[in-house]
Design a protein around this ligand. Structure first.
Ligand code: HEM
Length: 315
C-alpha cells in the first residue's frame, strides 16, 4: 500500500512515521500541558505539573529516532536547511534546557507568581522549538529558496505556510494532550478535557483552511490516507461527545483508538509532498546490510526503556 510499496525505502519510512507519531504524543503533552498548567489551577494542572519534566524527557528521547531516520531519508535537504538556519536553529538546544529547568521550578514549592513565571517561560521555549521544527520542515522542501537565503544571510525562512501549519499543530497538540491526560482523570475532569479535545480539533480545522489559502495542498497520492484521516476524526469527535455525556464509559478507549488512527494517517498525509525529494538508493547502500544488528539494538533499546519505565513507576 502506498507509500510502503517499494518506491521509497519502505522500512525506514515506516519507522520514521511511527517514531515521529510517538514523538508527537509526548511533545503535545508537554506543550499543551504547560499551557494548561499556566492558565488553570485545578487538580488536572497539579498532576500535569508533576509529570511535565518526565514527559519532556520522553519527548526529547522519542525525538531522536525520527531525527535519525529523517537524516537517513533526506540527507541533502536536512543538512542544507540546518546550515541555512544556522544559530537560529542551534538556539533550539538552549531553549530546551531553559524549558526543562523552568518545569522543575514550576513543580517545586515556590510562590504562585514564580510558578506562573516559570510555566510562562517554559511554554515560550517549547513554542519556539515547535516553530523551529515547522520552519525547518518547510525550508527542507523549498530548494529554489536556498540560494537566495544563503546570499542574503537571512536566518528566518518565513514562508506563508509556516504559521497556519504551526497553528494546525497547536490544535492537534491540545487534543493529544487531552487524550493522554484523560487517562489520569475521572468524571468532571474528563468532561473538561473533552471540551479541550474538541476545541483543539476545531482550531486545527480552521488552521487547515488557512493553510490551504496560503498554498498548502494534499498530495494526490495521499488522498486515500486523507479519507481515512477524516473517518478517524469523525469517530474521535463522536467519542468525545459520548465522553461528555458519560465520562467513565468505553468512550475514552474509542477516543484513544480513533485519535491514534488519525495521528498515523496525518503523518502519512504530512509526509506525502516530501517523498518526491527522496533520492534512489545507491547500489553500495543496497548491498550493505546491518539489519540484524539494527533489529537487535532496537529490541535491546525498547527493553531498556520498558525496564526504566517500570522501575520509575514502582519508585
Ligand atoms: C518540547 C520540545 C519539542 C516540541 C514542542 C516539538 C515539536 C515538534 C513539531 C510541532 C514538529 C512538527 C513540525 C511540522 O510538521 O511542521 C516536530 C517535528 C520533529 N521533531 Fe520535535 N519538538 C520538540 C523537541 C524535539 C527534539 C528534542 C527532537 C530531537 C531530539 C525533535 C525531533 C523532531 C523531528 C525529527 C521532527 C520531524 C521533522 C520533519 O519531519 O521535518 N523534536 N517537533
Amino acid at each position: 500500500m502506498w507509500p510502503f510499496d517499494g518506491q521509497a525505502p519502505s522500512l525506514w519510512l515506516a519507522l520514521y512515521l511511527l517514531t515521529f507519531a510517538l514523538h508527537a504524543v509526548f511533545v503535545s503533552y508537554v506543550l499543551a500541558g504547560t499551557a494548561y498548567a499556566l492558565v488553570c489551577n485545578d487538580a488536572i494542572a497539579e498532576r500535569v505539573r508533576d509529570r511535565l519534566p518526565f514527559m519532556l524527557g520522553c519527548g526529547i528521547t522519542a525525538g531522536v529516532a525520527p531525527l535519525l531516520f529523517l537524516q537517513l531519508l533526506y540527507q541533502k535537504q536536512f543538512y542544507t536547511a540546518n546550515l541555512l538556519m544556522g544559530p537560529r536553529w542551534g538556539a533550539v538546544v538552549p531553549a530546551l534546557i531553559a524549558g526543562f529547568y523552568a518545569l522543575y521550578l514550576a513543580k517545586a514549592h515556590v510562590r504562585e507568581r514564580v510558578r506562573r513565571l516559570a510555566l510562562g517561560l517554559a511554554a515560550g521555549c517549547f513554542l519556539f522549538v515547535a516553530w523551529s521544527w515547522t520552519e525547518l520542515d518547510q525550508l527542507m522542501q523549498d530548494e529554489p529558496a536556498w540560494q537566495a537565503m544563503y546570499a542574503s544571510g537571512r536566518r528566518i525562512y518565513g514562508a506563508a505556510t509556516i504559521y497556519p501549519r504551526l497553528l494546525l499543530w497547536l490544535g492537534a497538540m491540545a487534543t493529544l494532550f487531552a487524550i493522554v491526560a484523560a487517562w489520569w482523570s475521572t468524571g468532571g475532569e474528563r468532561k473538561r478535557l473533552a471540551v479541550i479535545g474538541l476545541a483543539g480539533r476545531a482550531v486545527s480545522a480552521l488552521a487547515a483552511l488557512w493553510l490551504w489559502r496560503a498554498g498548502g495542498t494534499v498530495d494526490a497520492a495521499a488522498h486515500g490516507w486523507g479519507y481515512l484521516l477524516v473517518a478517524a476524526l469523525v469517530a474521535e469527535a463522536a467519542g468525545w461527545i459520548w465522553l461528555l455525556r458519560s465520562p467513565d464509559s468505553f468512550a475514552l478507549s474509542l477516543v484513544t483508538g480513533s485519535g491514534a488512527a488519525a495521528l498515523l494517517c496525518a503523518t502519512v498525509v504530512r509526509e506525502a509532498p516530501r517523498l518526491a525529494l527522496l533520492d534512489p538508493p545507491r547500489a553500495s547502500a543496497m548491498e550493505a546490510s546491518g539489519f540484524a544488528l539494527f533489529a537487535i539494538t532496537a529490541v535491546v533499546g525498547v527493553a531498556a526503556i520498558a525496564w526504566i519505565w517500570r522501575a520509575i513507576s514502582r519508585a
